[in-house]
Design a protein around this ligand. Structure first.
Ligand code: SF4
Length: 292
């Protein structure tokens, strides 16, 4: 799962929230459990090192993850939790040389990942000018979580992350609503909706709520998703060719990496078009290509 394959990561303006695999002991490739699936070719128990993880904590197949059946590793992002656990919580001690610490490290890593993800979302909300009425609350929450991420391993391992997520989610929802209120007209509400494989080609989803929506393999070619709230939306294999995601809310690099797109897909400037997205065919001329 390690990003030694060079996948882009969100948090461009917040370096501490961007995976820095060179300073991590391959925690995502060890700590997390995986069941054999479309995104991960084999079964792996939590705490068991992936067979592809090398002695130097690098992935031995990082250039071939997709074709070898490990596309889930390309999509995964720790939001910088790996290096925080490795270098701050455990002060540079690694689980190979200090096996007595391994279990604790593996317990702390998923907690830290969630805390860093929450900090990333809070940073996003703080960058939204219309959310100014809640910026004070967002800032306080961000500072509190930042402090928590520097606590000792026992404190981190026993943190009630679900309760924290619930609390922060209410703030993020409010921030998103303040932005979406700026979009004129009626906004569609697909919060948590089952839109797997849905035909949404060219749909007007500007300012829509797609929070937690299941959009796996949905056809969103040419859809207008400007200022749509996409927090937690499952975009695996969603077709975003020619879609406009400018100003969409809470969109992560992982979500983009999991989706399909092309050179005509418009994305927020802080994110990068994944390497596997197909470029726009030269023959289509100016403007958006005809969706295929
Ligand atoms: S395949 Fe590579 S990136 Fe994925 S878990 Fe294994 S070592 Fe990590």
């Amino acid at each position: 799962m390690s990003h030694k394959h060079g996948a882009p990561s969100p948090g461009e303006a917040r370096p501490g929230l961007r995976a820095d695999c060179a300073n991590c002991f391959g925690l995502c490739c060890v700590a997390l459990p995986f069941a054999a699936s479309a995104g991960f070719a084999v079964d792996k128990a939590g705490g068991q090192p992936c067979a592809n993880l090398q002695a130097d904590f690098r992935c031995g197949i990082h250039a071939h993850l997709r074709e070898r059946g490990f596309s889930g590793c390309v999509v995964f992002d720790c939001f910088g939790a790996g290096q925080k656990v490795s270098q701050v919580t455990f002060a540079g001690q690694d689980w190979r040389r200090e096996p007595r610490l391994a279990r604790r490290m593996f317990d702390v890593f998923p907690v830290m990942r969630q805390l860093h993800e929450l900090m990333w979302y809070l940073g996003e909300a703080l960058a939204m000018p219309p959310a100014r009425p809640v910026h004070g609350d967002l800032r306080r929450a961000l500072d509190d979580i930042d402090r928590l991420t520097r606590a000792d391993a026992d404190t981190l391992a026993t943190t009630d992350v679900a309760a924290l997520r619930h609390e922060i989610n209410a703030l993020l929802l409010r921030a998103g609503e303040l932005v979406r209120a700026r979009v004129p007209g009626r906004k569609r509400n697909h919060r948590g909706a089952d839109l797997i494989g849905a035909g949404l080609r060219g749909a007007d989803l500007r300012g829509a709520s797609l929070r937690g929506a299941h959009l796996i393999a949905a056809d969103l070619r040419g859809a207008d998703l400007r200022m749509a709230d996409l927090i937690g939306a499952d975009l695996r294999d969603a077709d975003l060719r020619g879609a406009d995601l400018t100003g969409s809310l809470f969109l992560t690099q992982s979500q983009l990496n999991a989706a399909r797109g092309d050179g005509a897909t418009r994305i927020p400037p802080s994110l990068k078009a994944p390497a596997h997205w197909r470029p726009v065919p030269v023959s289509t001329g100016q403007g958006r290509p005809r969706a295929r």
